[in-house]
Design a protein around this ligand. Structure first.
Ligand code: ATP
Ligand code: MG
Length: 217
């Protein structure tokens, strides 16, 4: 009997940027989830399927073994904690930066001295808490699920911790990036049990992904 493989991906940029990696491993998606709206997508191999989940849910599906492996941003993995996951590879896709941003006219230098108190809105409470703790700045953390850029504009927070790539969204909303927390890219995450039990089918795929990642790094 052939070993079944389930791969967890999120729609949008992760799916698009993963296609060339899958292709190197000889795997072609049967459909585009953007058009088909299906959550389980077949491939050119009967024993390999893709499941489409929310980006933040990828580690959870892999951790519990509902998917054998998946692709998730370092941001998502840091917030999740990485429990039960093996992270063998930085795929060098979906690259961006985790930054602190404030309103253009906000004096961040002054407001972020050790001992100061700052209201910070973010979708990434763990990353934000750790960053400000390391600076000795106290924060009141406001958890948001999207459109973080709005928070400083309407007085919900002094600062945001969010992903930035071009900086155009910040600029369009009269915000400025004031601190670089970390570089972000997406990683391969593998269920630890699956890696042992399905090693013979997983390893060639990991090797193919590594080959593409090396060329783009
Ligand atoms: P949604 O945008 O639908 O709320 P999401 O933000 O969870 O969902 P994506 O925007 O597809 O999903 O982001 C998926 C991953 O891609 C993130 O976890 C991050 O690692 C990376 N990413 C996010 N924004 C950018 C960006 N502007 N440029 C490059 N990579 C990004
Ligand atoms: Mg997004």
């Amino acid at each position: 009997m052939t070993t079944q493989l389930t791969i967890a991906l999120s729609k949008g940029r992760i799916f698009e940027e993963t296609l060339p990696l899958l292709s190197e491993a000889g795997i072609e998606a049967a459909e585009n989830p953007e058009q088909s709206r299906k959550l389980i997508i077949g491939t050119n191999h009967d024993h390999i399927r893709l499941i489409i989940v929310r980006a933040t849910d990828v580690p959870t599906y892999v951790q519990y073994g509902a998917a054998d492996f998946g692709i998730a941003g370092k941001d998502v993995l840091t917030e999740h904690g990485g429990e039960g996951l093996y992270q063998p590879l930085d795929l060098q896709i979906a690259k961006c930066r985790m930054m602190v941003a404030v309103a253009e006219d906000f004096d961040y230098e002054r407001a972020s001295q050790p001992g100061c108190r700052l209201r910070v809105a973010s979708k990434y409470p763990h990353i934000a808490a750790e960053h400000f703790a390391s600076k000795g700045v106290h924060i009141d953390l406001i958890k948001l699920y999207g459109s973080m850029e709005l928070a400083p504009l309407v007085g919900l927070s002094d600062a945001i911790v969010d992903l930035v790539s071009s900086g155009n969204t910040l600029k369009a909303n009269h915000l400025k990036a004031v601190e670089h927390i970390s570089d972000i890219s997406s990683r391969l995450v593998v269920n630890k049990a699956a890696l042992k039990l399905k090693y013979h089918v997983l390893q060639p795929i990991i090797d193919a992904f590594a080959k593409v990642a090396r060329c783009t790094s």
